[in-house]
Design a protein around this ligand. Structure first.
Ligand SMILES: Cc1cc2nc3c(=O)[nH]c(=O)nc-3n(C[C@H](O)[C@H](O)[C@H](O)COP(=O)(O)OP(=O)(O)OC[C@H]3O[C@@H](n4cnc5c(N)ncnc54)[C@H](O)[C@@H]3O)c2cc1C
Length: 454
């Protein structure tokens, strides 16, 4: 380790900004340049649902520990800033109208408990004691999940959910916060500590004795070179393009995900609701007349088919609400602006109305719907890539899929710890790019499923 590292961070999304923040605030690094071809925090990191959870019932404990660490750090920022980031802890509610999924919910909750996410508590009678989560603030100790299978208890505490709901899991170390404010708080700190921000596209790296030495950037006023002892590559959807400049290929693909926000002028989604996720496949709720009208129209015929599980949404501030209804799985080439998906808002709203029937008041057409989105950059097992990769001095921080906001604080800390050769947390090996060189790891992946993606 050189005594005075000169770090160039390529990409000023939440991953790059969080890396700069940790390098400066935890390790006292002074010489940092953050390069981005656009405005900081404006490509993917301002499009998220801003939600978080420590509930990762996967094959082992690493994702839970990583997220718990990140949430500890995010809570520290909330405390230090008088909760400028508006962190709440309302939880996630995973619900179903399918009684055959009760076993699944119970197994997930016990698995999450075994992974360290907190206890699974079961409520199968009307008088079972269930404690609601607070609407505001994050000072609430309950972790784990409450699994409610008594329908009267569900109606009492979640009267806005479909009356068909037969079971739900309320995950407690979960909620949402302002991703914009979290990013801004970290960004302002690194600016105040003297980080340089350069607007331009990273177009090349130069080496000296197989160690990165210079970063070349195309700026509006010409090409500029930045000396570097270390670089962090945090290019979000352009990470493959960035690493290809170093002949490094990373096993990540892009999935397009959209969301719709709208003015919930009729308060169909209660302002105090948690994040809500519907676990069932569904046919969109249309009247018989609407179905008959659409059946012969090729533009709308697909509205009548079966839609996948996973529509989710939440209230947003005083009037707005967000809904996401995405079909997962297709790897695409990231392009901007996102191609339009006709009728996305209507499909998402109709789908969410299956879970929250009061949304039917909009007939799928709420006031001022706004659709945006971006790309989930993901590895096969839906875990990030954090650590050294390629030539000496090069580190990657990427593949944050649908969890990059919640993971940002621990991700920044982890990549900074690698770079500074500091002691690493026990979960660090799980996120190393080099993990794929282990054939046992690769064959174990076959049994892992989708990694808990939303
Ligand atoms: C619809 C949607 C909902 C989501 N919901 C959630 C959620 O609820 N909770 C959650 O935690 N996460 C969520 N996410 C995921 C989260 O938004 C991302 O994981 C995170 O924003 C990724 O951050 P990033 O810094 O890696 O990428 P980005 O924010 O895309 O930043 C990458 C930056 O690198 C720059 N760059 C790339 N190449 C170059 C180059 N050659 N030169 C200069 N600059 C370059 C880009 O301009 C960009 O600014 C969601 C994502 C989407 C799309």
């Amino acid at each position: 380790m050189t005594s005075r590292p000169k770090v160039v961070i390529c990409g000023a999304g939440i991953a790059g900004v969080a890396a700069a923040y940790s390098l400066m605030t935890t390790f006292g690094v002074e010489d940092i340049t953050v390069v981005d071809q656009g405005h900081p925090l404006s490509l993917t990191s301002d499009k998220s649902t801003e939600a978080y959870r420590n509930w990762w019932p996967g094959p082992d404990w690493e994702m839970t520990a990583f997220m718990d660490r990140s949430l500890d750090l995010i809570e520290d920022i909330a405390r230090a800033t008088n909760n400028r980031i508006n962190l709440n802890r309302r939880g996630y509610v995973f619900a179903t109208a399918d009684s055959s999924k009760i076993d699944f919910l119970q197994t997930m909750s016990k698995t999450a408990e075994a992974r360290g996410a907190g206890a699974a508590r079961f409520h199968d009678t009307a008088n079972s004691v269930y404690m609601p989560s607070p609407e505001h603030g994050f000072n609430f100790e309950l972790t784990g999940a409450d699994i409610i299978t008594d329908r009267s208890l569900i109606r009492r505490h979640f009267p806005y959910l479909s009356p068909e709901t037969v079971a739900l899991a309320h995950v407690r170390r979960a909620g949402w916060f302002s991703a914009q404010q979290l990013g801004a708080a970290m960004y302002e700190t690194v600016r105040a500590r003297g980080a340089t921000v350069a607007r331009g596209e990273v177009i090349g790296f130069r080496m000296r004795a197989n160690r990165v030495d210079t970063v070349d950037v195309a700026m509006s006023n010409g090409r500029r070179s930045f000396d570097a002892t270390h670089v962090v590559l945090a290019g979000g959807p352009f990470q493959n393009k960035l690493t290809s400049l170093l002949d490094v290929a990373l096993p990540i693909t892009a999935e397009r995900h959209r969301k719709v926000s709208f003015q919930d002028t009729l308060s169909a989604m209660p302002r105090s609701a948690p994040m809500m996720i519907w676990l069932d496949e569904q046919y969109l709720p249309f009247s018989d007349d609407e179905r008959a009208a659409m059946a012969d129209d090729p533009e709308f015929a697909h509205f009548l088919g079966k839609f996948p599980a996973g529509v989710h949404g939440r209230p947003d501030g005083a009037y707005a609400a967000l809904v996401l209804f995405n079909h997962h799985g297709d790897a695409v080439e990231p392009t901007f602006p996102l191609p339009e998906e006709p009728h996305y808002a209507e499909i998402a709203l109709r789908g969410m109305a299956t879970m929250v029937p009061a949304l039917r008041v909009y007939n799928g057409r709420p006031s001022r719907p706004y659709v945006d989105g971006g790309y989930y950059m993901r590895t096969r097992e839906n875990r990030p890539l954090i650590g050294p990769s390629g030539p000496e001095g090069v580190f990657v921080s990427c593949a944050y899929s649908g969890f990059g906001i919640m993971a940002s604080a621990a991700a920044g800390e982890l990549v900074a710890s690698h770079l500074m050769e500091a002691p690493l947390p026990r979960y660090a090996p799980a996120f190393l790019p080099s993990r794929y060189q282990d054939p046992r790891y690769c064959s174990a992946l076959d049994a892992w499923g989708d990694g808990g993606q939303l």
